[in-house]
Design a protein around this ligand. Structure first.
Ligand code: NAD
Length: 367
């Protein structure tokens, strides 16, 4: 799902790295290999103007290396704009480990990965993403200080997912207010796709507010576990995109808004945690705008996690983390209004604010 933007054949036709469509003036791309542990990883550093490149590590069983590279390029670029728009002094980076997190992740592999992170002397700071846990970050911490998202007992801010979910909830409410005239989600039908760490915490907020929540996941155990805790419906169909709903919350992997799905979508608002929800940003955000579907940009509303890990670097307390995360509501409002006023897509509006901040800092640094 992450890399279905281009087919393998299409990817092979273009230059391997700098010619990739997802390449967007990344500063550094590091390929990491270790025969003994089986580690194969790529670290992408997109931009460090605002600060060190911080972003999580994803472990995924990619079909091929092109997919992994494409994913890390897209994800690291997204981190640059996420931190910029959230007002954090961080650049954008991300890492991917190629492999099955369930069967191929070992403590040795995680520590070797940590050594590669360490070799970058702090230009890249890692954290957890899909396929990673706080315990994995604790292992990385044994070999490098350039890691966040470690457990609270080791001085970290703990699992970022509940904070991410709270930020998504804030962004969703702001988008609902824009579309429906009220941010109250009671009786609104919300489809949460992917009920992992973030998805489940989002479900809890939604159910508490009285939303009509439908959940979907490829993992049957997760579905049953979440269903046993909350008043939700498990999606039984095979084409979620075509369903009538008020809000679609993508909380699995990226690129679910693509050529195949966009014309089917009946949702009025899209607000979820997944990174890079639009397979092709310009094209698909424009199509959403034309169809009157309000899209709350992913990199804006899923910033709770990065706020949480940033707190480890800046020694923020929980109150400050929550205040900054709650702020996602007003930033989302600002972006939706900016898009409306300028007749531009919400994605372009959000990117323009992020880019303005980076350019201003660049000019200051050049003085
Ligand atoms: P997770 O691995 O805990 O959960 C992902 C869930 O999606 C799993 O339950 C998985 O089974 C499910 N899934 C995978 N493919 C699916 C499909 N095709 N259809 C339905 N379900 C599917 O991950 P997470 O930490 O909850 O993160 C979810 C998304 O949010 C990711 O895209 C991640 O990059 C993004 N994100 C997470 C954080 C965070 O703090 N964890 C922060 C920012 C962004």
């Amino acid at each position: 799902m992450t890399s279905d933007v281009l087919s393998f054949k299409e990817l092979q036709k273009i230059d391997p790295v700098f010619g990739q469509l997802s390449f967007d003036n990344h500063e550094q791309i590091v390929f990491c290999n270790d025969k003994d542990t089986g580690l194969k990883a790529i670290i992408g550093i997109h931009n460090t103007v605002l600060g060190p490149a911080l972003g999580g590590t994803r472990m995924w069983n990619y079909n091929n290396e092109w997919e992994a590279l494409n994913d890390v390029l897209r994800l690291s670029r997204g981190m640059t704009f996420k931190s910029a728009i959230t007002g954090l002094n961080l650049g954008g980076g991300k890492a991917v480990i190629i492999g099955d997190a369930k069967t191929q992740k070992t403590p040795e592999l995680m520590k070797k990965f940590g050594e590669f992170v360490h070799s970058l002397s702090g230009r890249y700071i890692t954290a957890e993403d899909v396929g990673m846990t706080t315990a994995d970050m604790d292992l990385v911490r044994e070999v490098t200080p350039y890691v966040t998202g470690i457990s609270e007992s080791k001085g970290g801010a703990g699992n970022p997912s509940p904070i991410t979910a709270y930020g998504v909830f804030m962004g969703m409410k702001a988008a609902a207010k824009f579309k429906f005239g009220s941010d109250v989600l009671e009786d609104k039908s919300v489809y949460v796709q992917g009920i992992g760490h973030v998805g489940e915490a989002l479900v809890e907020h939604l159910v508490n507010e009285g939303a009509k929540v439908t959940i979907s996941d490829i993992n049957q155990e997760r579905l049953e576990s979440v269903k046993s805790k909350y008043d939700v419906t498990i999606y039984g169909g095979n084409d979620l995109y075509s369903e009538e709903m008020d809000i679609y919350a993508p909380c699995a992997l990226g690129a679910t808004i693509n050529d195949d799905t966009i014309h089917k979508l009946k949702a009025k608002v899209i607000a979820g945690a997944a990174n890079n929800q639009l397979a092709e940003e310009d094209k698909h955000s424009l199509l959403l705008q034309e169809r009157g579907i309000v899209y709350a940009p992913d990199f804006l509303i899923n910033a709770g996690g990065i706020i949480n890990v940033y707190a480890e670097l800046e020694n923020y307390d929980k109150q400050e983390i929550m205040r900054k995360t709650e702020n996602i509501y007003s930033t989302t409002e600002e972006i939706l209004e900016r898009a409306k006023a300028g007749n531009i897509t919400t994605n372009v509006a959000a990117l323009s604010i992020a880019k303005e901040r980076i350019e201003t800092r660049k000019k200051e640094q050049a003085k």
